[in-house]
Ligand binder design. Structure first.
Ligand code: COD
Ligand code: ATP
Length: 194
């Protein structure tokens, strides 16, 4: 089995930025959020997701309308739980397939926005949490995605707090200065292999 390092962090913490750096260092990576998006394009998944909602969440081209779904689930925890129950097992199966071929002492870094919330951390050998002050995260996402502060806060409210996540993490990196962040992540991954 490969060594599974789960990497997570709340919205706008800088996970993807850190992951891109990890990729340049030559480590194997897996993006659970991207995999989730890909999987949600499968006809069977579209059908199952549509079944969760009373209103139409499929757009004219036959794909799921992510904006519409987001506006429902981040204001309705029960619907989010139902959506998670459809998507998360499918992503877990996809990940298992991806790592089946990896060598015994090979590290794979798995990025997931909700590593702890989904329970996926239980299958990780190590967990790394990326943090940043909440106002900084909100500002980053508003600038990156052009969505409102309120929409970002709605997502934050559907995620564990950093205090809770810190307790479940082996390593915590506060991502404010990128040079420092990249240095720390390199040290963590080298340390794991030693
Ligand atoms: C609700 C959806 C359609 C919104 O899509 P959208 O393109 O707007 O957002 P995207 O998927 O890029 O996520 C952006 C951020 O939202 C937050 N977020 C996404 N899913 C969740 C969730 N289940 N719980 C809490 N926060 C979440 C994360 O911070 C994430 O980084 C989508 O996020 C979704 O289907 N989520 C449920 C499945 C899931 O958990 N996916 C992520 C891991 S596999
Ligand atoms: N240390 C940093 N200093 C300044 N800007 C940063 C820093 N880290 C990340 N950013 C910027 O903040 C934004 C959010 O970063 P990124 O997309 O990596 O976060 P994320 O945690 O993956 O977010 P999400 O959960 O929404 O997918 C991006 O525009 C990125 O370029």
């Amino acid at each position: 089995m490969a060594i599974i390092v789960g990497l997570t962090g709340g919205i706008g913490s800088g996970k993807t930025t850190v992951m891109k750096h990890i990729e340049t260092l030559g480590y194997k990576v897996y993006y659970a959020d991207e995999a989730g998006k890909r999987i949600m394009e499968q006809p069977e998944m579209i059908r199952q997701v549509q079944n969760i909602f009373d209103e139409d969440v499929v757009d004219e081209s036959g794909y799921l309308d992510r904006k519409r779904i987001a506006s429902i689930v981040f204001n309705n925890p029960d619907k989010l739980t139902e959506l998670n129950a459809v998507i998360h097992p499918a992503v877990a199966r996809d990940f298992d397939k991806c790592i089946a071929e990896l060598g015994k002492n090979e590290i794979v870094v798995k990025e997931s926005a909700i590593l702890f919330e989904s329970g996926a951390y239980k299958n990780c050998d190590f967990t790394v949490l990326i943090t940043a002050p909440e106002p900084v995260r909100i500002k980053r996402v508003v600038e990156r995605d052009g969505i409102s502060e309120e929409e970002v806060k709605n997502r934050i409210n559907n995620q564990f707090s950093d205090a809770k996540k810190i307790k479940l993490s082996n390593f915590v990196v506060n991502n404010v200065d990128l040079t420092q962040t990249f240095f720390e992540i390199e040290m963590i991954l080298k340390g794991i292999l030693r």
